[in-house]
Design a protein around this ligand. Structure first.
Ligand code: JFZ
Length: 414
């Protein structure tokens, strides 16, 4: 399969749920807490012995994602702390050995598939727990000098890492996305035996869409086999979208948190508004990208109320305006001053983000608008040229569309 064939559904669906969940939900200070606070493996162990998400019901998570208009999800199967949410045969450091006593990944896959969403796995190639992962970069998982001096056999770790990826792609049915995280400095590409890894993966699930964090350069005309299927900007929407060396659009997905943390953080209440989320999604699609919006469930297994409320509001907008997102992408015209265009074939969607006064001006569309409708309620919109327009030289090629004075509360898409 070509990258274009693999990513066709991904570029159509545009909007996914990222889920960062693990032992770090107990300290509730984000997923990097072990590293940031130099917590030793010994001091982190009580979280393992205590982990028991009694209210974990991934069907509720899947319904919240579906109601928000999301079409796929990506769950952390193992984050940097090395704790596995799945029943790996290669380690005892897994959810089935905690009081939870269950394969949390299997329940996630079953629940999201049951709600009709595509299913993805996040997998950290960095591992602060495995004895043969070295202390490199800013990953001080070796807590003391004696531990730092201990020699490691990195190939043993790579056998473990490859083996777990094989487990994930063999034991849980059809998986749609593999979201690796992350290469850094010289720890990239073949340092992970990435070609061998990708070839193994494609042998098991040839259709699977893979991110670009194994390394390589996805922007090359001929990228490495492990450079991935999509570019993965984080906490930012790339100003001009993402193109390769030849100027060709390449698939990308911006991953963004709802507050300031990926993993559950009990006191971070700085959440983005539903309107900010909708605008971020529209901006991504207008630049031919996807949005992977994160939730960080708590130690009991529940998505924070604030996140659920935002997702519900976004879902209201998506139910009335989703046609301007799904199957849409970069428009064949420059960004207008009042907002963003998205386009699907001959249908042009105008997202009026900064309305101004009077009719909205559409540069270059004179005589080209067959009909205009407010997407939220289907109301007809008048295409008309205001009598003063003749006096403005730059309107010779434009069209003016008049909008109702009061738009339906969530309708700003024409
Ligand atoms: C990584 C993780 O460390 C983080 O916890 C979260 O899972 C996020 C989605 O991915 O964050 C990164 C990855 C790479 C860089 C910075 C943060 N980088 O290359 O600077």
């Amino acid at each position: 399969m070509t990258r274009e064939e693999r990513t066709r559904w991904f570029l159509h669906d545009r909007f996914g749920m990222f889920i960062h969940w693990g032992l770090y939900a107990i300290p509730a200070r984000g997923e990097w807490v072990k590293s940031n606070e130099r917590i030793t493996t010994e001091a982190y162990q009580p979280y393992f012995e205590e982990f028991n998400p009694i209210r974990y019901n991934p069907r509720e998570w899947a319904k919240a994602a579906k109601e928000a208009g999301m079409k796929y999800a990506v769950l952390t199967t193992k984050h940097h702390d090395g704790f596995c949410l799945f029943d790996s045969k290669l380690t005892a450091y897994k959810a089935t050995n905690t009081p939870a006593g269950r394969d949390l990944v299997r329940e996630y896959v079953d629940a999201f598939r049951a709600e009709g969403l595509a299913v993805g796995f996040y997998y950290s190639i960095i591992d602060w727990h495995h004895p043969d992962y070295p202390a490199v970069g800013n990953h001080p998982m070796r807590e003391n000098e004696e531990y730092l001096a201990k020699p490691v056999n990195f190939d043993n770790y790579l056998d473990y890492m490859h083996g777990q990826v094989r487990e994930l792609l063999t034991d849980y049915g059809k998986i749609d996305i593999m979201w690796f995280d992350y290469s850094f400095d010289d720890m990239t590409g073949e340092k992970w035996r990435a070609t061998e890894l990708i070839n193994m993966m494609r042998g098991i699930q040839p259709h699977i869409v893979i991110d670009n964090r194994l390394g390589g350069n996805i922007k090359k005309r001929e990228p490495e086999v492990y450079a991935g299927d999509f570019y993965s900007p984080e906490q930012i929407i790339p100003p001009g979208g993402i193109v390769n060396e030849a100027g060709e659009q390449i698939p990308w997905e911006a991953c963004i948190t709802l507050n300031g943390h990926w993993g559950y953080h009990a006191t971070d209440k700085e959440y983005k508004s539903p309107k900010q989320v909708v605008r971020a999604l529209v901006e991504c699609v207008s630049k031919n990208g996807n949005l992977l919006l994160n939730v960080g469930p708590d130690a009991k297994g529940e998505i924070p109320r604030e996140s659920l409320d935002i997702l519900a509001e976004v879902g209201k907008w998506m139910r009335r305006n989703g046609d301007s997102v799904y199957g849409c992408g970069l428009a064949d015209r420059p960004k207008p001053e009042w907002g963003r265009y998205t386009q699907n074939g001959s249908k042009l969607y105008a997202h009026i983000l900064d309305r101004g006064i009077g009719p909205v001006y559409f540069q270059g569309l004179k005589g080209k608008v067959r009909k205009a409708r407010l997407l939220a309620d289907g109301a007809e919109l008048k295409v008309e040229v205001p009598w003063m327009a003749g006096h403005y030289g730059d309107t010779a090629t434009g069209a003016f569309i008049s909008l109702p004075i009061t738009l339906p509360d969530d309708a700003d898409t024409v």
